[in-house]
Design a binder for this molecule. Structure first.
Ligand SMILES: [Zn+2]
Length: 306
C-alpha cells in the first residue's frame, strides 16, 4: 500500500503535466473574444485628445497614450522616432511597433495610421478648410480595432507572431509627396525580424454604414490575401464585405508592397465625411469595429492555424 502511493502520485502529476503541455501548446490557442464596445471606447479616447496632427500637443499625448496602452499587452513595444523635413520645418514623427505571440517563422503584420489630417480640405464649408479634423473614422477606427486586438492577444496568445504597427504621418501633407511618411520610413528601415508573410492595413473601418469593397492595388499585388480575407468574411456571414472591386487607393500598404511585402488595405471609402470636420464619433459604430475585429480573430486563431 505504501509503495502504491508514490506511483499514483507520479501518475497523476505526469498526466497533469501532459494536460498542461497540451493546453499551453501553441496549436491549441483558444479564440479570445473581441469586445466591440471596448474597441469603440478606444476610438472615443483617441478623439477625446482632439485633432491629432503631427507637431501638436495632442499628437504627443496620443503617442504616449498608445505606447502605454500597447505596453500593457505586448511582448515588446518599439517607438520608432524620426524627423521629417517638410516646408522648412522639422516634424517629429513616431511609428509605434508592438510584438505579440511566440517567435515563429510565420509572421503577420496588422497596421493602421494614428495621426489625423491637419486640415479639413474637403469640408463643405470653404471657411473651414484649414481646421484640423478629429478623424474618428480616418485615424482612430483602425487603431481602436488594433488596440482591442492587442488586449485579446494578451488574454490568449496568438499561435504565431503578430506585429502591430501604428504609422504616423499618413495624412500629413496636401499632396501624396508629403503623405504616408510613417509607412515610408518603416519600410525603408524595417528589421529582418519584422518582415511578415503578409500585412493587413485597416483604414476608415468604423463607418456606421460599413461597406468594404476590394481595393484595386491590394488585388493586383496580393490577390491571395484578398481571396483569403473575402472568403473568410463570406464564411462568417459578414455582408458588409462585397465581392466586387471598389476604388484604387494609395495608402500605407503601397509602401510595404514596394518593399516586397504583400499587403492589403481593408478600407471603406464610401464615407461622405472623409477629410471634413464631420468625421466624428457619431458617424462610427461599435458594430463596424466588431466586424473587423472578429474577422481578424478568426483569421489568426482559426484560418491561419488550421
Ligand atoms: Zn485621411
Amino acid at each position: 500500500m505504501k509503495l502504491a502511493n508514490p506511483y499514483y502520485k507520479s501518475f497523476f502529476s505526469i498526466s497533469f503535466i501532459f494536460c498542461l503541455i497540451f493546453t499551453l501548446s501553441p496549436n491549441s490557442s483558444a479564440k479570445p473574444a473581441f469586445d466591440e464596445n471596448r474597441a469603440y471606447e478606444y476610438l472615443k479616447k483617441q478623439c477625446a485628445f482632439g485633432p491629432r496632427p503631427p507637431g501638436s500637443e495632442s499628437h504627443k499625448k496620443t503617442r504616449d497614450y498608445l505606447a502605454s496602452e500597447l505596453k500593457k499587452y505586448a511582448n515588446s513595444v518599439i517607438l520608432q522616432d524620426f524627423t521629417y523635413k517638410g516646408n522648412g520645418k522639422d516634424i517629429k514623427l513616431t511609428n509605434i511597433i508592438a510584438v505579440f505571440g511566440p517567435e515563429t517563422k510565420k509572421k503577420l503584420m496588422l497596421c493602421a495610421h494614428w495621426d489625423t489630417r491637419p486640415f479639413a480640405d474637403r469640408d463643405p464649408n470653404p471657411e473651414k478648410l484649414n481646421i484640423p479634423i478629429i478623424g474618428a473614422n480616418d485615424g482612430a477606427s483602425g487603431v481602436a480595432v488594433l488596440l482591442e486586438l492587442a488586449r485579446a492577444f494578451y488574454k490568449e496568445k496568438p499561435p504565431f507572431r503578430v506585429i502591430i504597427v501604428l504609422f504616423d504621418g499618413e495624412d500629413y501633407g496636401k499632396s501624396t509627396q508629403d503623405m504616408f511618411l510613417g509607412s515610408k520610413y518603416f519600410a525603408q528601415n524595417i528589421r529582418t525580424e519584422w518582415i511578415p508573410e503578409y500585412g493587413i492595413l485597416l483604414d476608415m473601418i468604423g463607418d456606421k454604414n460599413l461597406d468594404i469593397y476590394i481595393e484595386q492595388n491590394s488585388l493586383e499585388n496580393a490577390p491571395e490575401i484578398v481571396k483569403k480575407v473575402w472568403e473568410l468574411a463570406k464564411r462568417l456571414g459578414f455582408k458588409e464585405f462585397h465581392n466586387k472591386i471598389g476604388y484604387n487607393i494609395v495608402d500605407d500598404h503601397i509602401q510595404l508592397i514596394k518593399k516586397g511585402i504583400p499587403c492589403i488595405d481593408i478600407i471603406d471609402f464610401d464615407y461622405p465625411y472623409w477629410h471634413t470636420l464631420g468625421d466624428t464619433i457619431d458617424k462610427c459604430s461599435p458594430k463596424s469595429l466588431g466586424i473587423i475585429g472578429r474577422l481578424l480573430i478568426e483569421l489568426i486563431y482559426q484560418y491561419e492555424n488550421d
